[in-house]
Design a protein around this ligand. Structure first.
Ligand code: PEP
Ligand code: MN
Length: 263
């Protein structure tokens, strides 16, 4: 179902009116975690006015340590939905557990399956049974074929609205958080009709590297760019060190829009 052979035309996924794929570029931005209400409003106001068309934020956080901030749960979902509505954009948030799919789908326009859960088959089956579009992130040690097979789980359960995401894979060099595999973008387009976006925030972990890697992803044909933004990275509840400031995102968004027009 995911293969290009079976479906020669590029798929377009509609996220509450925002189209991704087939020449439609999504600019997804927001903080790693849903945080205080006034901060969420500040960040959303800035990224939407910069040109982001989907707002993100995690309410259920899959953290490496069980003692790290785990997210605000349902209160976070409510906050994210309300802020998205206030600025007129759909929202995407991660769902980490098959038992939470129904709850998250009540609040979010798009369900994110994170890298750590790419091969959580119970979760894939559950989001496959949902009506919400799915953002499926590549596992940190997953091949492109593995990623496409996980998309196949979702498609085979009856949900055709899957967007893939290249977010970097594990490498040996700690100089960047992950290894950004930009070649995965044209490769996925060869093998599959599904849209693929890039996430240079998690791929590089370094604010300075995010803009050039975002542009490289678009130049390689990505159907969107996902970037974490925070107005005060020093106090961010998660992933502060890789957050772009609102003014940095503003500059990047205008460059991305110019490039997308050229392509
Ligand atoms: C995230 O989007 O905040 C996240 C946890 O991403 P990933 O699953 O790619 O690590
Ligand atoms: Mn993050």
């Amino acid at each position: 179902l995911a293969s290009r052979e079976a479906h020669p035309d590029a798929s377009v996924v509609d996220v509450s009116g925002v189209k991704i794929g087939g020449g439609n570029v999504a600019l997804i931005a927001g903080p790693c975690s849903v945080e205080e209400e006034d901060r969420m409003h500040r960040i959303a106001e800035s990224v939407v006015s910069a040109g982001a068309n989907i707002f993100r934020g995690g309410a259920f956080k899959p953290r490496t340590s069980p003692y790290a901030f785990q997210g605000l749960g349902e209160e976070g979902l409510r906050r994210l939905r309300d802020v998205g509505q206030a600025y007129g954009v759909p929202v995407v948030t991660e769902v980490t557990d098959p038992r939470l799919v129904e709850l998250v789908a009540e609040y979010a326009d798009m369900l994110q399956v994170g890298a750590r859960n790419m091969q959580n088959f119970a979760l894939l089956n559950e989001v496959g049974a949902s009506k919400r579009p799915v953002l499926l992130k590549r596992g940190m040690s997953a091949t492109v074929t593995d990623l496409l097979m996980c998309a196949e789980y979702i498609l085979s359960k009856g949900n055709p609205n899957v967007v893939l995401c290249e977010r970097g894979i594990k490498g040996f060099d700690p100089a960047t958080r992950n290894v950004y595999d930009v070649a995965a973008v044209p490769l996925v387009h060869q093998l599959s009709h599904l849209p693929i976006i890039v996430d240079p925030s998690h791929a590089t972990g370094k604010p300075d590297l995010i803009p050039p890697c975002a542009m490289a992803g678009l130049a390689a044909g990505a159907d969107g760019v996902h970037v974490e933004v925070h107005d005060c990275p020093e106090v961010a509840k998660s992933d502060g060190p890789q957050a772009l400031l609102p003014e940095q995102y503003d500059e990047l968004a205008s460059q991305m829009k110019s490039l997308a027009e050229l392509l």
